[in-house]
Ligand binder design. Sequence first.
Ligand code: GDP
Length: 486
Amino acid sequence: MSASSTDPIIAIATAPGRGGIGVIRVSGPDLSAWAEALCGQALRARHAHYLPFRNQQGETLDEGLALFFPGPHSYTGEDVLELQGHGGPAVLRRVLEDCLARGAAIGLRLAQPGEFTQRAFLNERLDLAQAEAVADLIEASSTAAARSAMASLSGAFSAEIDALSERIVQLRMLVEATLDFPEEEIDFLEKYQAAERLDAVTATLDGVLRTARQGLVLREGLHVVLAGQPNVGKSSLLNALAGEDVAIVTPIAGTTRDRVIQQIHIEGIPLHIVDTAGLRETEDTVERIGIERSWAEIARAQVILHLQDARHPDDPLDAEIVRRLPAGTPVLRVLNKMDLLDAAAPAPAPAPCGLSMVKKAGPTAAAPAPMPDPGLGSGLAVDETLQISARTGVGLDTLRARLLRIAGWTPGAESPWLARERHVRALEDARAHLALAREHAAHSDQVLDLFAEELRLAHESLCEITGQFTSDDLLGVIFSSFCIGK
Ligand code: GDP
């Protein structure tokens, strides 16, 4: 890290705008004398001191609480001073500017985004996965995501990774020791049941990977695109799923000329649903641009809902749309306006005993055929037809359940820790190295040093998650996405 990573830093830690309380946070290796001078009194460690915040000229800028946390028992592991005053932008800025002026002598500067947490990581107060969980907890958009981020922050995810690493390290130690005694190489694998141990570690890693994928879904959500001809009910479906009017619904074809994105939650999973302009041939330039954008959205989708009017399930234009849908993206064919179909059905004949049997559009009418559970990333395209009515709500529960399943979410699954793309990738890398190690073990002329090398690489991949082997570049990317003051 650069030399500046030990400069004292300062930031307003509370969100911009007005609030009941505003917090200014300062962190540095040795702040006690400076903090005492700033506050005009000695500060007892971890005690709240109520006092006026005066500037250098003696003017009272605000009044509030000062708290001093001497390092290493602080958030950053350094000395930390917190000033809790009134949460107005102007008053906070005045206090901040005064602190900066009075901190010039000790090199005090404004903190960069995430710099407090970066210091906590560098001073080993948190590992990297925990540090990321801090940002994820702040960003969490649902209760489930917040709960899982907290689990990661408290170290549940890191503990799983550390336990896996430990088992790989033990296996490595055995191999490395054997490498020093070449005459023992031959029966090493049998003697230490290396293949069995490797299989057991791999099975555990597979479990962690499955949970991490769930955690990734919970964090990132699913990018769902509504596609179909004009007027089939795409905007109505978006509104029905969102539970509020976000898209304009009219009976005039071609109303949605640009995309509308709405984030909804199903069981805490964020779904980013994109409503697109209806796909049709058109002379209207503006509408044509909208349609081009629709195809661009469809190309980026993780799931496509191809909406059709249930009254015209075999429309040739829909066959044309299907032909153009990207291969490899799961597509759910959704027949909408089932209520109209039911209404148009011939009146049922009166049943014996004066009872009449009325065909009801209920969950059974919308129940789709069972389908295999492909999960995202499995490379399988779903081809399933669902029957719904955006107007009456029939079939929407089934649709929601299907979307969750495609996202890879197991309903009722134990709340996982929140995971990031880079965690899943590192776990997959580790998995691939273990598989290669297994191949070397199975080979008749077992090559122990290749076996050892794959174990080393698997271990290294796992360590990337908690930050034991991490480049400064990666740290820069991770911490720069934090908010200022965290
Ligand atoms: P879009 O162009 O595909 O976005 O379609 P809209 O959502 O704007 O809907 C077009 C028309 O169909 C509107 O008049 C809606 O009220 C109507 N509509 C949408 N869904 C249903 C449904 O499930 N049943 C019935 N009866 N009408 C619907």
